[in-house]
Design a protein around this ligand. Sequence first.
Ligand SMILES: Nc1nc2c(ncn2[C@@H]2O[C@H](COP(=O)(O)OP(=O)(O)O)[C@@H](O)[C@H]2O)c(=O)[nH]1
Ligand SMILES: Nc1ncnc2c1ncn2[C@@H]1O[C@H](COP(=O)(O)OP(=O)(O)O)[C@@H](O)[C@H]1O
Length: 211
Amino acid sequence: MADQDTLHRRGLMFILSSPSGAGKTTISRMLLEADDEIRLSVSATTRPKRPGEIDGVHYHFVDDAEFDRMIEEDDFYEWAPVFGYRYGTPKGHIRSGLKEGQDFLFDIDWQGTQQLYQKDEQDVARVFILPPSLEELHRRLQDRGTDSKEVIDGRMERARAEISHWDGYDYVVVNDDVHVCFEKVRSILHAERMKRARQTGLIGFVRKLMA
Ligand SMILES: Nc1nc2c(ncn2[C@@H]2O[C@H](COP(=O)(O)OP(=O)(O)O)[C@@H](O)[C@H]2O)c(=O)[nH]1
Ligand SMILES: Nc1ncnc2c1ncn2[C@@H]1O[C@H](COP(=O)(O)OP(=O)(O)O)[C@@H](O)[C@H]1O
């Protein structure tokens, strides 16, 4: 009989991007809670902490000097300037984790997505989340209550530019009802895990199955 233990797969770099306020943090948190097999890639950022955010859990909050040092020491997989601050994915244990089959969730922008895709196309699945309308996006940014009017205006101005990168993604999901959106994103994750190219033991498994 074929032995299912011979089936292995590489970990997945599961990327969620969206214009600010469309809901990618909300969907990420739901996914991390519902799925034991995926871990968040915790980015480093120079932006100030928001109420409720925990250093080392949501971001590594660092100052400019520390971010410079990390760039110099080649600590980043990718990094990019966003809204006047810098954000980067620390290499950490990602490469070895992927080899061992660990999946990672990335909440990063289109610039970081392009960089990861160029470096490691086969391990990447790219999901873009859209708001149902720009009016609703504005409402969500206001209701979140974390940003001043000026910051919200800046984010709305950038939203159009960010949305213009939708075609650099494998999947596009509209976040109207948050639960429906979450289920769609979860289905994408489940399907991506079963991709033939990701399953390394398949040839042996199928040979035994047919023997
Ligand atoms: N390239 C890149 N972008 C990141 C990284 N971490 C966060 N971002 C993006 O930076 C943007 C701003 O994030 P944040 O300040 O948390 O605000 P939010 O968009 O309202 O959640 C979002 O588009 C994030 O996806 C990272 O490590 N690299
Ligand atoms: N489908 C939804 N309907 C209504 N509000 C939502 C929905 N998804 C997220 N929100 C709310 O909108 C705000 C922005 O969501 P957030 O996840 O912080 O977005 P992002 O990480 O993309 O900036 C939050 O207050 C969140 O609770």
